[in-house]
Design a protein around this ligand. Structure first.
Ligand code: FE2
Length: 343
């Protein structure tokens, strides 16, 4: 009689331990992501992560300012483990608002070049984009477009298009310029470039490329992957327009072309910190780094040219200014754009 009883007890104990650990495993196997990006490629990458690790990625998508506000108001109760944005300035602000936490990871130190991560290891780039000049093949020669500074010259009068200065991509470009030349020169540049524009700033980066291809202007300031999107567009009209332009990487003889990142960090009140770190490390792994250029036409952290498109564009030297500066100089950049009447 005693024997079966103790066996039953033992079984129950073993079973409950098993259930508890199964429950604990299920509860732990998540990473909660707040993301500014809504790229189909991200979904693929997240599914790959789940397949490899069993960790489910729960995504909340919204614009970066909304996500930052939400994290601030949620405080300690926030369910978010990681915050992802598509511009370094916002990563830098989130860190300044104490929304991230520093992490230690040899993998991230190795995989993410130091200028593409926070000096205090709070956020990390995982893809790069270059802010390039796209020009009309038949009206501009490559050697006429050496630098961003060239765009301020009188020979570009009425020939430039760019999007509004309200957009963070332009603000970050100017923030980098402030770091290089100081505010006075940055203002002079913005004034002259605005005066050289073929039309009032409007539309998206893709619209700027289309405007050049249609002959409305000769050169556009845009992020590199937008040309990739047009070259590979399902719309034959866009592919036709893309064939009429070329890409120039400015400032190859001095500081290098302005680059920006999509980046991510572990939230201050992350409940799944271990999973969060694994997730960020995965985004910087060779497998994912080789995938993004194919899917989104962005550059990998290494700038390795893994697609024929990137190979055709050719290699370039990036500006290695630490991207934290883009956040620090953002307010100055906005003020300068206003003073320059760059809408
Ligand atoms: Fe973009």
């Amino acid at each position: 009689m005693k024997r079966p009883n103790s066996m039953i007890k033992k079984r129950i104990t073993v079973l409950s331990v098993m259930l508890m650990s199964a429950g604990a495993t299920l509860a732990d196997q998540v990473v909660n992501l707040y993301s500014q990006r809504h790229y189909p490629a991200d979904k693929e990458v997240f599914a790959l992560f789940t397949q490899k690790t069993g960790i489910q990625v729960n995504v909340v998508t919204a614009n970066a300012d909304e996500l930052i506000k939400r994290l601030e108001s949620e405080g300690e109760k926030s369910p978010a483990d990681v915050l992802l944005t598509k511009d370094a300035a916002r990563l830098s602000w989130a860190a300044a608002k104490d929304l991230y936490q520093p992490v230690s990871s040899e993998i991230l130190e190795k995989n993410v070049p130091s200028h593409l991560r926070d000096p205090d290891m709070q956020w990390f780039g995982f893809t790069q984009r270059a802010r390039v000049l796209v020009y009309a093949k038949d009206r501009v020669k490559a050697d006429e477009l050496k630098t961003y500074e060239d765009l301020a010259k009188p020979e570009w009068k009425g020939r430039i298009v760019a999007r509004s200065s309200a957009h963070i991509y332009n603000q970050s470009l100017l923030a980098g310029m402030i770091a290089t030349h100081g505010e006075k020169e940055a203002l002079l540049w913005a004034v002259k470039v605005r005066q050289n524009m073929a039309r009032k700033p409007q539309g998206s980066d893709r619209d700027q490329i289309r405007a050049v291809a249609r002959g409305l202007a000769d050169v556009a300031i845009v992020n590199s992957y937008y040309l990739g999107l047009l070259v590979n567009s399902e719309d034959p009209k866009d592919r036709e327009l893309a064939a009429k332009v070329k890409i120039a990487f400015p400032n190859q003889d001095d500081r290098g072309t302005h680059v920006n990142i999509s980046g991510i960090g572990v939230c201050k009140h992350a409940k799944n910190k271990g999973n969060a770190l694994k997730f960020i490390e995965f985004l910087t792994s060779k497998e994912v780094q080789d995938l993004y250029p194919v899917k989104t036409y962005e550059y990998p952290l290494s700038l390795k040219m893994v697609t024929p498109l990137h190979q055709a564009w050719g290699s370039f030297k990036p500006d290695t200014l630490n991207l934290k500066v883009l956040g620090e100089n953002n307010a100055k950049a906005i003020a300068i754009f206003q003073a320059a009447q760059w809408e």
